[in-house]
Design a protein around this ligand. Structure first.
Ligand code: C2E
Ligand code: MG
Ligand code: MG
Ligand code: MG
Length: 281
Protein backbone atom coordinates (compact mmCIF):
# COMPACT_ATOMS: atom_id res chain seq x y z
CA UNK A 1 0.00 0.00 0.00
CA UNK A 2 1.34 3.43 -0.92
CA UNK A 3 1.84 6.34 1.45
CA UNK A 4 -0.45 8.39 -0.79
CA UNK A 5 -3.50 6.68 0.62
CA UNK A 6 -3.32 9.10 3.55
CA UNK A 7 -4.54 8.82 7.12
CA UNK A 8 -5.67 5.26 6.90
CA UNK A 9 -2.52 4.11 5.25
CA UNK A 10 -1.23 1.99 8.11
CA UNK A 11 -1.65 -1.48 6.77
CA UNK A 12 -1.05 -4.55 8.82
CA UNK A 13 -1.97 -6.85 6.02
CA UNK A 14 0.90 -7.39 3.66
CA UNK A 15 0.21 -9.16 0.35
CA UNK A 16 2.56 -11.94 1.38
CA UNK A 17 0.24 -12.60 4.30
CA UNK A 18 -2.58 -13.18 1.84
CA UNK A 19 -0.35 -15.60 -0.04
CA UNK A 20 0.49 -17.44 3.16
CA UNK A 21 -3.18 -17.64 4.10
CA UNK A 22 -4.10 -18.92 0.63
CA UNK A 23 -1.34 -21.49 0.71
CA UNK A 24 -2.52 -22.66 4.09
CA UNK A 25 -6.10 -23.08 2.96
CA UNK A 26 -4.85 -24.96 -0.09
CA UNK A 27 -2.74 -27.22 2.12
CA UNK A 28 -5.67 -27.82 4.44
CA UNK A 29 -7.92 -28.78 1.54
CA UNK A 30 -5.29 -31.08 0.09
CA UNK A 31 -4.82 -32.67 3.50
CA UNK A 32 -8.56 -33.20 3.89
CA UNK A 33 -8.72 -34.82 0.46
CA UNK A 34 -5.68 -36.99 1.18
CA UNK A 35 -7.33 -38.25 4.37
CA UNK A 36 -10.50 -39.13 2.44
CA UNK A 37 -8.46 -40.93 -0.21
CA UNK A 38 -6.19 -42.71 2.25
CA UNK A 39 -2.94 -41.20 0.97
CA UNK A 40 -1.04 -41.86 4.17
CA UNK A 41 1.32 -44.57 5.22
CA UNK A 42 3.05 -45.56 8.44
CA UNK A 43 6.75 -46.26 8.53
CA UNK A 44 8.32 -48.11 11.45
CA UNK A 45 11.59 -47.34 13.16
CA UNK A 46 12.98 -50.15 15.28
CA UNK A 47 14.13 -49.57 18.85
CA UNK A 48 17.00 -51.59 20.24
CA UNK A 49 18.03 -52.95 23.62
CA UNK A 50 21.42 -53.26 25.31
CA UNK A 51 22.26 -56.39 23.29
CA UNK A 52 21.27 -54.75 20.02
CA UNK A 53 18.03 -56.73 19.95
CA UNK A 54 14.79 -55.17 18.69
CA UNK A 55 12.66 -54.22 21.69
CA UNK A 56 10.01 -52.16 19.92
CA UNK A 57 9.29 -49.78 17.08
CA UNK A 58 7.81 -46.35 16.57
CA UNK A 59 5.12 -45.81 13.94
CA UNK A 60 5.80 -42.62 11.97
CA UNK A 61 3.32 -41.17 9.51
CA UNK A 62 4.12 -40.06 5.95
CA UNK A 63 1.88 -38.43 3.36
CA UNK A 64 2.07 -40.16 -0.01
CA UNK A 65 1.38 -37.23 -2.28
CA UNK A 66 0.54 -38.22 -5.89
CA UNK A 67 2.73 -35.39 -7.29
CA UNK A 68 5.10 -34.37 -4.50
CA UNK A 69 6.02 -37.86 -3.32
CA UNK A 70 6.54 -38.78 0.32
CA UNK A 71 5.93 -35.78 2.61
CA UNK A 72 7.37 -35.95 6.15
CA UNK A 73 5.20 -35.12 9.18
CA UNK A 74 6.99 -31.84 9.97
CA UNK A 75 5.34 -30.45 6.86
CA UNK A 76 1.75 -31.26 7.76
CA UNK A 77 1.22 -32.28 11.40
CA UNK A 78 1.02 -28.67 12.62
CA UNK A 79 -1.61 -27.75 10.02
CA UNK A 80 -3.44 -30.98 10.78
CA UNK A 81 -3.46 -29.98 14.46
CA UNK A 82 -4.61 -26.43 13.87
CA UNK A 83 -7.37 -27.47 11.47
CA UNK A 84 -8.32 -30.35 13.77
CA UNK A 85 -7.91 -32.73 10.83
CA UNK A 86 -5.50 -34.48 13.20
CA UNK A 87 -8.53 -36.02 14.89
CA UNK A 88 -9.39 -38.01 11.78
CA UNK A 89 -5.77 -38.64 10.90
CA UNK A 90 -4.94 -39.74 14.43
CA UNK A 91 -7.82 -42.18 14.47
CA UNK A 92 -6.50 -43.64 11.22
CA UNK A 93 -2.98 -43.99 12.69
CA UNK A 94 -4.28 -45.98 15.66
CA UNK A 95 -6.37 -48.33 13.52
CA UNK A 96 -3.64 -48.74 10.87
CA UNK A 97 -0.99 -49.62 13.46
CA UNK A 98 -3.30 -52.17 15.11
CA UNK A 99 -4.23 -53.79 11.78
CA UNK A 100 -0.55 -53.89 10.79
CA UNK A 101 0.41 -55.60 14.04
CA UNK A 102 -2.37 -58.11 13.46
CA UNK A 103 -1.16 -58.75 9.92
CA UNK A 104 2.45 -59.26 11.03
CA UNK A 105 1.30 -61.65 13.73
CA UNK A 106 -0.83 -63.55 11.24
CA UNK A 107 2.32 -64.03 9.18
CA UNK A 108 3.94 -65.69 12.17
CA UNK A 109 6.11 -62.83 13.36
CA UNK A 110 6.80 -62.11 16.99
CA UNK A 111 5.97 -58.42 17.09
CA UNK A 112 7.48 -56.16 19.75
CA UNK A 113 5.57 -53.23 21.19
CA UNK A 114 4.65 -50.59 18.62
CA UNK A 115 4.57 -46.95 19.73
CA UNK A 116 2.11 -44.44 18.33
CA UNK A 117 2.56 -40.66 18.50
CA UNK A 118 -0.48 -38.89 19.86
CA UNK A 119 -0.85 -35.13 19.62
CA UNK A 120 -2.58 -32.73 21.92
CA UNK A 121 -6.02 -32.25 20.35
CA UNK A 122 -6.19 -35.95 19.69
CA UNK A 123 -5.42 -36.93 23.28
CA UNK A 124 -7.84 -34.35 24.68
CA UNK A 125 -10.83 -35.87 22.88
CA UNK A 126 -13.26 -37.26 25.43
CA UNK A 127 -13.48 -40.52 23.48
CA UNK A 128 -9.73 -41.04 22.97
CA UNK A 129 -9.57 -44.14 25.15
CA UNK A 130 -12.68 -45.52 23.39
CA UNK A 131 -10.91 -45.11 20.05
CA UNK A 132 -8.02 -47.20 21.31
CA UNK A 133 -10.36 -49.87 22.64
CA UNK A 134 -12.25 -49.91 19.36
CA UNK A 135 -9.08 -50.45 17.30
CA UNK A 136 -7.91 -53.19 19.66
CA UNK A 137 -11.26 -54.92 19.32
CA UNK A 138 -11.44 -54.64 15.52
CA UNK A 139 -7.88 -55.89 15.06
CA UNK A 140 -8.01 -58.46 17.82
CA UNK A 141 -4.50 -57.62 19.03
CA UNK A 142 -3.70 -57.53 22.72
CA UNK A 143 -3.20 -54.14 24.44
CA UNK A 144 0.39 -54.97 25.42
CA UNK A 145 1.29 -54.60 21.73
CA UNK A 146 0.71 -50.86 21.93
CA UNK A 147 2.52 -47.92 23.42
CA UNK A 148 1.38 -44.30 23.42
CA UNK A 149 3.91 -41.48 23.01
CA UNK A 150 2.94 -38.13 24.49
CA UNK A 151 5.11 -35.02 24.72
CA UNK A 152 5.57 -33.13 27.97
CA UNK A 153 3.58 -30.31 26.42
CA UNK A 154 0.56 -32.56 25.95
CA UNK A 155 0.90 -34.02 29.43
CA UNK A 156 1.04 -30.79 31.41
CA UNK A 157 -1.53 -28.99 29.28
CA UNK A 158 -4.31 -30.48 31.46
CA UNK A 159 -2.78 -32.62 34.15
CA UNK A 160 -6.05 -33.92 35.66
CA UNK A 161 -7.36 -35.08 32.31
CA UNK A 162 -3.94 -36.53 31.48
CA UNK A 163 -3.79 -38.59 34.66
CA UNK A 164 -7.33 -39.87 34.18
CA UNK A 165 -6.69 -40.95 30.59
CA UNK A 166 -3.28 -42.42 31.38
CA UNK A 167 -4.82 -44.50 34.15
CA UNK A 168 -7.51 -45.75 31.79
CA UNK A 169 -4.91 -46.65 29.14
CA UNK A 170 -2.74 -48.41 31.70
CA UNK A 171 -5.78 -50.28 33.00
CA UNK A 172 -6.36 -51.51 29.45
CA UNK A 173 -2.76 -52.75 29.38
CA UNK A 174 -0.99 -50.20 27.18
CA UNK A 175 2.38 -48.58 27.92
CA UNK A 176 2.95 -44.87 28.03
CA UNK A 177 6.08 -42.97 27.03
CA UNK A 178 7.07 -39.33 27.29
CA UNK A 179 8.46 -38.28 23.90
CA UNK A 180 11.13 -35.62 23.32
CA UNK A 181 11.88 -35.66 27.03
CA UNK A 182 13.80 -32.63 28.26
CA UNK A 183 12.41 -30.18 25.70
CA UNK A 184 9.29 -29.31 27.70
CA UNK A 185 8.65 -27.97 31.14
CA UNK A 186 7.45 -30.91 33.12
CA UNK A 187 8.83 -31.02 36.63
CA UNK A 188 9.70 -34.02 38.72
CA UNK A 189 6.63 -33.26 40.83
CA UNK A 190 4.45 -33.74 37.77
CA UNK A 191 6.28 -36.76 36.49
CA UNK A 192 6.01 -38.76 39.66
CA UNK A 193 2.21 -38.34 39.68
CA UNK A 194 1.93 -39.96 36.26
CA UNK A 195 1.54 -43.67 35.60
CA UNK A 196 4.37 -43.69 33.06
CA UNK A 197 6.46 -46.54 31.71
CA UNK A 198 9.16 -44.80 29.75
CA UNK A 199 11.04 -41.60 28.96
CA UNK A 200 12.49 -40.92 25.52
CA UNK A 201 15.50 -38.60 25.70
CA UNK A 202 15.12 -36.02 22.97
CA UNK A 203 17.60 -36.26 20.12
CA UNK A 204 18.77 -32.67 20.62
CA UNK A 205 20.55 -33.84 23.81
CA UNK A 206 21.92 -36.99 22.25
CA UNK A 207 23.41 -35.20 19.25
CA UNK A 208 26.33 -33.61 21.11
CA UNK A 209 26.79 -35.92 24.09
CA UNK A 210 30.27 -36.95 23.04
CA UNK A 211 31.44 -33.34 22.56
CA UNK A 212 29.31 -31.05 24.77
CA UNK A 213 29.90 -31.63 28.52
CA UNK A 214 26.59 -29.93 29.39
CA UNK A 215 24.57 -32.27 27.22
CA UNK A 216 26.54 -35.19 28.61
CA UNK A 217 25.61 -34.18 32.18
CA UNK A 218 21.97 -33.58 31.26
CA UNK A 219 21.66 -36.97 29.61
CA UNK A 220 23.41 -38.72 32.49
CA UNK A 221 21.03 -37.02 34.93
CA UNK A 222 17.99 -38.05 32.88
CA UNK A 223 19.15 -41.66 32.83
CA UNK A 224 19.63 -41.65 36.62
CA UNK A 225 16.27 -40.01 37.14
CA UNK A 226 14.46 -42.54 34.98
CA UNK A 227 16.11 -45.32 36.98
CA UNK A 228 15.05 -43.80 40.28
CA UNK A 229 11.50 -43.33 39.03
CA UNK A 230 11.43 -46.94 37.87
CA UNK A 231 11.02 -46.00 34.21
CA UNK A 232 12.63 -47.49 31.14
CA UNK A 233 14.44 -45.16 28.81
CA UNK A 234 15.05 -44.79 25.10
CA UNK A 235 17.65 -42.43 23.69
CA UNK A 236 16.38 -40.92 20.43
CA UNK A 237 18.50 -39.87 17.49
CA UNK A 238 21.44 -42.21 18.12
CA UNK A 239 23.57 -41.78 15.01
CA UNK A 240 27.10 -42.79 15.99
CA UNK A 241 29.00 -45.52 17.81
CA UNK A 242 30.42 -42.84 20.14
CA UNK A 243 26.97 -41.70 21.20
CA UNK A 244 25.91 -45.29 21.76
CA UNK A 245 29.02 -46.07 23.82
CA UNK A 246 28.49 -43.01 25.99
CA UNK A 247 24.81 -43.83 26.55
CA UNK A 248 25.61 -47.43 27.43
CA UNK A 249 28.37 -46.36 29.82
CA UNK A 250 25.79 -44.26 31.69
CA UNK A 251 23.34 -47.14 31.96
CA UNK A 252 20.89 -46.35 29.16
CA UNK A 253 19.29 -49.54 27.86
CA UNK A 254 17.09 -48.43 24.95
CA UNK A 255 18.14 -46.86 21.66
CA UNK A 256 16.56 -45.51 18.50
CA UNK A 257 18.30 -43.78 15.64
CA UNK A 258 19.91 -43.92 12.24
CA UNK A 259 22.94 -45.76 13.69
CA UNK A 260 20.67 -48.79 14.06
CA UNK A 261 17.92 -48.28 11.53
CA UNK A 262 15.99 -45.61 9.69
CA UNK A 263 12.19 -45.64 9.67
CA UNK A 264 11.24 -48.30 7.07
CA UNK A 265 8.10 -49.65 5.40
CA UNK A 266 5.96 -52.27 7.12
CA UNK A 267 7.37 -54.99 4.84
CA UNK A 268 10.95 -53.96 5.53
CA UNK A 269 10.25 -53.93 9.25
CA UNK A 270 8.83 -57.45 8.96
CA UNK A 271 12.15 -58.50 7.42
CA UNK A 272 14.09 -56.97 10.27
CA UNK A 273 11.91 -58.92 12.68
CA UNK A 274 12.31 -62.22 10.87
CA UNK A 275 16.09 -61.77 10.71
CA UNK A 276 16.04 -61.40 14.47
CA UNK A 277 13.87 -64.42 15.20
CA UNK A 278 13.83 -66.72 12.18
CA UNK A 279 10.62 -68.69 11.87
CA UNK A 280 10.85 -72.35 12.78
CA UNK A 281 8.51 -73.71 10.16
P1 C2E B 1 9.23 -38.00 17.10
O1 C2E B 1 8.02 -38.66 17.64
O2 C2E B 1 10.19 -37.45 18.08
O3 C2E B 1 9.90 -39.05 16.13
C1 C2E B 1 11.27 -39.19 15.93
C2 C2E B 1 11.72 -38.47 14.69
O4 C2E B 1 13.14 -38.52 14.63
C3 C2E B 1 11.23 -39.10 13.39
O5 C2E B 1 11.07 -38.06 12.42
C4 C2E B 1 12.43 -39.97 13.01
O6 C2E B 1 12.50 -40.27 11.63
C5 C2E B 1 13.56 -39.08 13.41
N1 C2E B 1 14.81 -39.80 13.66
C6 C2E B 1 14.95 -41.09 14.01
N2 C2E B 1 16.26 -41.41 14.18
C7 C2E B 1 16.95 -40.28 13.96
C8 C2E B 1 18.34 -39.97 13.98
O7 C2E B 1 19.22 -40.78 14.27
N3 C2E B 1 18.69 -38.68 13.70
C9 C2E B 1 17.76 -37.74 13.40
N4 C2E B 1 18.18 -36.51 13.12
N5 C2E B 1 16.43 -37.99 13.36
C10 C2E B 1 16.04 -39.26 13.64
P2 C2E B 1 9.77 -37.98 11.51
O8 C2E B 1 9.32 -39.34 11.10
O9 C2E B 1 10.03 -36.97 10.45
O10 C2E B 1 8.68 -37.43 12.52
C11 C2E B 1 8.79 -36.16 13.08
C12 C2E B 1 7.76 -35.92 14.14
O11 C2E B 1 6.44 -35.94 13.58
C13 C2E B 1 7.73 -36.99 15.22
O12 C2E B 1 8.78 -36.77 16.14
C14 C2E B 1 6.36 -36.77 15.80
O13 C2E B 1 6.37 -35.69 16.69
C15 C2E B 1 5.55 -36.37 14.57
N6 C2E B 1 4.80 -37.56 14.08
C16 C2E B 1 5.22 -38.58 13.31
N7 C2E B 1 4.22 -39.47 13.11
C17 C2E B 1 3.14 -39.01 13.77
C18 C2E B 1 1.80 -39.47 13.96
O14 C2E B 1 1.39 -40.55 13.49
N8 C2E B 1 0.97 -38.68 14.70
C19 C2E B 1 1.40 -37.52 15.28
N9 C2E B 1 0.50 -36.79 16.00
N10 C2E B 1 2.64 -37.05 15.13
C20 C2E B 1 3.51 -37.78 14.39
MG1 MG C 1 7.68 -40.07 18.92
MG1 MG D 1 10.81 -37.76 19.83
MG1 MG E 1 9.05 -34.62 18.09
Amino acid sequence: RSKASGRNSISFFHPSMQEAADLRIKMENELREAIDQGHFVLNYQAQFGAKNEIIGAEALIRWQHPQKGLIPPVEFIKIAEESRLILQLGRWVIMEACLQIQSWQQNGLIVPRIAINVSSNQFRQSNFVDQIEHSLKVSGITPDCLEIELTEHVVIDNIEDTIEKMKALKALGLSISIDDFGTGYSSLAYLKQLPLNQLKIDKSFVRDISTDPNDAIIVETMIDMAKHLGLTMIAEGVETAEQLAFLKSKGCTGFQGYYFSHPVTADQFAELLSEQSPQVI
